[in-house]
Design a binder for this molecule. Structure first.
Ligand code: RNT
Ligand code: ZN
Length: 417
């Protein structure tokens, strides 16, 4: 049986539940995933005076062939994008600036340093998102940036973040789709603080200065990303969930929820509906924590499915900016992007193929037996046949056949680096 035949069979099974499969695929095509560029080079970037990765995040593994130039990184992204169905976005960090071998301080970066990225995005019909980089830098060596007690250091990072917002606005304007500027800082303490409030007051003040200038939301939208702990900030993180949730609600900013930034049994899927009651938009970093915020490649696990379901059944596709955030250097990096992004898309497809209204109704009626029974039976419905058909109709490899292209690329390109 071929892909199309399998699809026709499978479609009938979903239609039994009143699911419009064609509509689901049409909707799926419209959902952009913001793919993080930093999986391609282990969060290194292209600064002339490159520093070691810091900020309490870590990449392990030394799989050969990582991208070491902007051209290589873009080529690698091109390859991954050719294996992923749909039109997506690329998420950049300030350290991916192209400065022509010149040292440009972080507080002096400008839109012109991202012209090549914008050009490339235009050629490929991609949107761009952006992040100031407040780590891997001598001024962040002690793990403090926007909440630093030293005003000079704070001011430096404030200027960097303001410069970053301007770059994002330039990207949004050029590409006709608003960029998300996401602020994540490592600030915190390894051991029990004697004062939790003062650093938080300083962070609030720094953010107020950063956001002083209004930017048209058509071009740029700002988000703040919280965290529970990092390596070296185990006891206290200034930008906690409560801190940023309060800040975002009060100041009309987006909260960005990273799935690795909470207690191990605390699920981001369970937060989406609550947060969206009080804010119009939300951003995500979908990642996979294994015992800690380890940023493993996203797999199609229960939580990923649940995230897809929460976005789809709450009619929040336009309200949640879905981004990815993982970095595994122990496997082929193009495969990592492909696996993680395809899985994110699969979870959305799974949700779109779920008879959500019917299941909601069962719950309202208190029919928990049927709710559980059907939710479980749906797991073994011929979802794969619909997914395969989607891939085929979007002109990307079906099933595991994409691996062949990654292997070829590895042989011809990556192994020669
Ligand atoms: C760190 C945050 C942050 C980074 C990227 C590189 O814990 O998740 O989003 O991973 O900015
Ligand atoms: Zn993140």
């Amino acid at each position: 049986m071929d892909v199309k035949q399998n699809y026709e069979q499978a479609k009938k099974q979903y239609e039994k539940w009143g699911v419009n499969v064609e509509d689901a695929l049409e909707k799926l095509k419209q959902i952009p995933i913001s793919i993080h560029c930093w999986q391609g080079d282990d969060v290194t970037g292209f600064e002339v005076n490159q520093q070691e990765l810091s900020g309490g995040i870590d990449v392990t593994g030394n799989y050969p062939g990582k991208a070491t130039t902007p051209e290589e990184l873009r080529n690698d992204l091109d390859k991954a994008l050719s294996l992923i169905p749909g039109k997506h976005r690329i998420n950049l960090h300030a350290i991916y600036a192209e400065t022509n071998c010149e040292v440009v301080e972080r507080d002096e970066i400008e839109p012109k340093h991202f012209e090549n990225w914008v050009q490339w995005a235009k050629e490929n019909g991609l949107g761009l998102d952006f992040n100031p980089t407040l780590f891997s830098h001598p001024k962040a060596d002690d793990g403090l940036t926007l909440a630093h007690p030293n005003k000079e250091i704070r001011d430096f990072w404030i200027r960097h973040t303001i410069a970053s917002r301007k770059i994002a606005a330039y990207m949004g304007k050029e590409l006709g789709t608003s960029a998300l500027t996401n602020i994540w800082i490592p600030d915190g303490y390894k051991d029990i603080p004697s004062d939790r409030l003062t650093p938080r007051k300083r962070l609030e003040d720094s953010l107020n200065q950063i956001f002083e200038e209004e930017i048209d939301k058509k071009f740029n939208v700002d988000a703040v990303e919280s965290k529970l702990f990092g390596i070296g900030s185990e006891a206290y993180v200034v930008g906690s969930h409560e801190f940023y949730m309060g800040y975002a609600l009060k100041n009309d900013k987006l909260c960005l929820l990273d799935t690795g930034h909470y207690h191990p049994t605390e699920m981001v899927s369970n937060k989406i509906s609550s947060m969206l009651l009080y804010s119009d938009e939300l951003a995500l970093h979908v990642s996979r924590p294994v015992r800690w915020d380890s940023d493993h490649v996203v797999i199609l696990d229960d939580e990923l499915r649940e995230i897809g379901l929460e976005i789809v059944r709450n009619d929040a596709l336009d309200k949640v900016r879905i981004g990815l955030d993982f970095f595994d250097a122990s496997i082929n990096r193009i495969a990592a992007w492909t696996i993680g992004t395809r899985n994110m898309i699969k979870s959305l497809l799974y949700a779109l193929l779920t008879p959500n209204e019917h299941l909601k109704q069962l719950q309202e009626e208190g029919n928990f037996t049927e709710r559980l029974a059907i939710m479980e039976e749906l797991k073994t419905y011929p979802f794969g046949a619909i997914w395969d058909y989607y891939c085929e109709s979007m002109n990307v490899p079906v099933g595991e056949t994409w691996l062949k292209y990654v292997k070829e690329y590895e042989k011809e390109v990556l192994s020669k680096r």
